[in-house]
Design a protein around this ligand. Sequence first.
Ligand code: G6P
Length: 611
Amino acid sequence: MCGIVGAIAERNITPILLEGLKRLEYRGYDSAGLAVLDQAGTLHSLRRAGKVAELEQAQKDIKLAGRLGIAHTRWATHGAPCERNAHPHFSGTDLAVVHNGIIENYETLRRRLQELGYVFLSDTDTEVIAHLLHYHLQQQPELIPALQATIRELQGAYGLAIVSAKYPDSLFAARSGSPLVIGCGLGEHFLASDQLALRQVTDRFIYLEEGDIAQIQCDTLHIWDRQGQPVTRETLQYHEGAEAADKGAYRHFMLKEIHEQPSVVQRTLEGRLGTHQVLLEAFGPQAAALFSQVENLQIVACGTSFHAGMVARYWLESLAGISCQVEVASEFRYRKVVVRPNTLFVSISQSGETADTLAALRNAKDMGYLGSLAICNVATSSLVRESDLTLLTHAGPEIGVASTKAFTTQLVGLLLLTLALGRSKGSLAADQERQLVEELRCLPTRLDEVLSLSHTVEQIAERFSDKRHSLFLGRGTQYPVALEGALKLKEISYIHAEAYPAGELKHGPLALVDSDMPVVTVAPSNELLEKLKSNLQEVRARGGELIVFADAQAGIEHDQTTHVLNMPHISDVLSPILYTLPLQLLAYYVAILKGTDVDQPRNLAKSVTVE
Ligand code: G6P
């Protein structure tokens, strides 16, 4: 999704803006631009469709330099991804704006501004903001009151960075629904939509809150809240994340992140396990009192995080005896929901900034839930700040757009939650908890064993190089794993992939099966295995090619049309975590064969901060 970088300093800030944009590339975008105020007081702008590298190349010819500037990577929503629609957008020659989010009433505002004589040069909603601010500056020349008047008229979501040649000593910012963070240096300040963009210049950050606006100068900083009152926001020192900046020995971030899973799962478990049980304190001081009242769970999430929630539902109902509903946030937020008594609202999100998930949480506050718990990877995110309880997954920054380590650490977090709730409710036997805690401790080793099978998965991937469609099957907890495997494959290889609970095969998808449609099956030995084997026979009988991930006990034999990857044995409960890895590797190696942009697949964004 779109990214914002801004800077004000006593040195040339253009390289800082460009470096910041590069660090935001992983979020997904299709054009980039910047505006820099030069020493003579002229505001220059440069924009390019395509990658930041093209903007950087153009900058080498023009050599923009200045001490105040803003920059942006755009992921097209209103208007095609072309240079004309790239940010910054100007009103006149001396006021420039970059924007994340969507202005929902932009058409009305645009018509009104056109009637006032403003000429629009782009198809974007953002240009409306620039002209509206210009209009309010004509009514009264102070920028902060004019900005307040402007945002009072905006409906929708925005993170804004603004520069004006008339205010050469200030960078302006406003946020509502899109995150913004101020980076603090010595006699200089920076601004970004994600602190990762500023890690090269500072490790001290101030997170703007919903409705805040800020005037940022080299030495000073003024922030006003939604009511227009001056406020001070806490400065936080950021420690983790430096390791995410480069790919190390790996060809792609995604491959690096797949291989990090044993160590990050270890980190998710750290400090959360007692000798024989999960520590309730891991969920915060209020957890013990709250968990004992929980009778139902409502899980809400998007994308890969939603699949984690689907796995958790099987665990929560079978191990903790707690009834659980799981829904994608974009549906939940607009649906009339009947809340059952004593329901805990659980949101799952890697970024903690996904617009639909955040909106669902905000709606849930007035709906009568017992409280809210966020399972999230980013400690400073809006979701964490706005939830009653938090379990951080500690996966470290995830750069590849296709989520990998975030998913497996979410699963670990959700299993910890299941065990904690099961004990609080008295529905999980101490022996069973003890055994699962032991198995969780061994999980990083099991994950390492699966990663050592990479080469075999790479060979299996060759079977997909000329395929256009594929089917993924699983039963029980392996059904959401199949969904996640299909999502990974379609995201990065662009091969059409669908997942079905294996029992549904004969109700439709079997009609598609032929030798051109590989059928990927996750088949650990468990009580559903015999049922699954019957489904595999249905595929074989139609000449389908099977790719099966199974352990030796499953007894599935390799033959001409059945390719089996032998997985290490693991208990049924933990199997969804383990069986996710070969599916991630499969998607990765197929994408390599297809020659796609693995870390930044077309049309997709890492963090979806608009609806
Ligand atoms: C985007 C990402 C996915 C992610 C989803 C939800 O679609 O590309 O990888 O699963 O958003 O993101 P969240 O940060 O809320 O987990």
